[in-house]
Write a protein that binds this ligand. Sequence first.
Ligand SMILES: [Zn+2]
Length: 94
Amino acid sequence: MPLIQVTYSPSNRSCCRNCYEKIAENTIRIGYYVKKGGGYTNIQWYHEKCFTKANLWGVTDIELTGLEELSGQDRLRVKEKFEAIQSKKNPVKF
Ligand SMILES: [Zn+2]
């Protein structure tokens, strides 16, 4: 099951895989774990706004983690975002 992690960026060193801009410190970033050959797992980071349904093409059963770490308003907004993204084909487990 692909895992998606939402977290506040601890630094401005990670780059968004969509727009290739830096992700500013203390802003929300969305991490998408990608399985590589041999079980190695890579994580790709995205700006909150840059992560869309298109990133989940062909993916089923997404697990979202880290919501509880966000402050109230941010948590609600991110949850709504994933509720909008999810479909029968892409159920999201919160
Ligand atoms: Zn971006």
